[in-house]
Design a protein around this ligand. Structure first.
Ligand SMILES: NC(=O)c1ccc[n+]([C@@H]2O[C@H](COP(=O)([O-])OP(=O)(O)OC[C@H]3O[C@@H](n4cnc5c(N)ncnc54)[C@H](O)[C@@H]3O)[C@@H](O)[C@H]2O)c1
Length: 315
């Protein structure tokens, strides 16, 4: 049994799609959670979301003392962040708003509490400009939905201390997340850049008439995607090389791959591609109820995450 975390308060600031999911996760991990959001009706929406996420979290396993009763809400951010041991910020993705939210947090939070922002695309160095204690502001970028997906991308800005980055990595690890450390600020962080690299080529293949939208989806979801959920692209490459591993496979197939790479498409410069991609998605979904498709995906995702937890052989 893990030690009870009931006396540790985690603050969640901004309780939309991402903040609500984080809230549910921190509650499931046994923390006391204090949430804040200025929007009308935010508390009711948050509690309804948490109720909706709870069965999946029960399936994945609750920490000792975990309960939805450990959630408090205030529209006043100062109330939420006072005495917090960790703060997860999830406000709107605009630099002026982020800075204002961070200033509000800093006015009431303990001076050494790490503030992690979920920001998908803002540079952490920009967000921490003008902060009182910029050294404790880090990126803690989750993947939607954070109550299920283990990945969190952690990164410090120009003024972040090494200690704060390490504290954030340790905190996420301790609560069962799989944080990765990003060493340099780049647009879109890492996992989204990898996705964009794939979408860029997928759009190009469809636009050039090589393959349909539906067949691209099959090519990934019934092909390499199955392996990618278990081992990343590098270990799959290593496995492809047999005894010679990645070195052999890159010596063997690398020259051909270099040629293919030279032939890859560019991301479309105008929005003309959107219509054909949407039409392709409509064609793929003919005969399906997409809400049911998503329900099935979410259920399988929970089962997969639970199964992966039981497989210590996987890194
Ligand atoms: N949606 C995603 O897939 C995703 C994934 C990873 C990270 N993110 C990041 O998470 C953050 C939140 O995104 P979202 O999708 O949850 O947006 P959202 O619009 O669902 O939620 C934003 C919330 O912030 C609240 N808010 C507005 N002003 C505020 C203030 N001054 N103080 C506190 N809260 C305030 C809003 O009322 C709203 O509830 C963004 O930075 C986004 O880039 C989003």
């Amino acid at each position: 049994m893990t030690e009870s975390r009931i006396n540790e308060k985690v603050a969640v600031v901004g309780t939309g799609v991402i903040g609500a999911s984080w809230t549910a996760y921190f509650l499931a991990q046994g923390f006391t959670v204090a949430a804040s959001d200025p929007a009308e009706g935010a508390e009711g929406r948050l509690r309804a979301w948490v109720d909706g996420f709870w069965p999946a979290l029960e399936t994945l396993g609750l920490a000792e003392g975990a309960s939805r009763d450990n959630l408090s809400f205030s529209s006043d951010v100062a109330v939420a962040v006072k005495d917090a041991v960790f703060i997860q910020e999830n406000g709107p993705e605009r630099i002026d708003i982020k800075r204002a939210i961070l200033a509000g947090i800093e006015a009431a939070a303990p001076a050494d509490t790490v503030i992690a922002t979920s920001s998908s695309g803002l540079l952490i160095s920009d967000a921490q400009e003008g902060a009182k204690h910029p050294e404790r502001i880090v990126l803690g970028h989750p993947f939607n939905p954070p109550h299920l997906i283990p990945l969190v991308e952690v990164l410090g800005g120009k003024q972040t201390s090494e200690e704060s980055v390490q504290k954030a990595l340790d905190f996420y690890t301790r609560i069962g997340k799989r944080p990765i450390r990003i060493n340099k600020e780049v647009k879109g962080h890492v996992a989204n850049r990898l996705q964009v690299a794939l979408w860029r080529e997928a759009f190009s293949l469809v636009e050039n008439g090589v393959v349909s939208v539906a067949d691209i989806d099959t090519a990934i979801s019934q092909g390499p995607g199955l392996r990618w959920a278990l081992l990343g692209p590098f270990l799959n490459l290593h496995a492809s090389g047999g005894d010679g591993g990645i070195t052999h496979v890159l010596e063997h197939i690398g020259p051909a791959q270099r040629e293919w790479a030279r032939d890859l498409g560019e991301y479309p410069e105008t929005d003309d591609y959107i219509g054909p991609m949407a039409a392709g998605v409509d064609a793929e979904l003919e005969g399906y109820d997409f809400a049911e498709t998503l329900k099935a995906r979410d259920q399988l995702l929970i089962e997969l995450i639970a199964a992966k937890k039981q497989a210590p052989q996987l890194p």
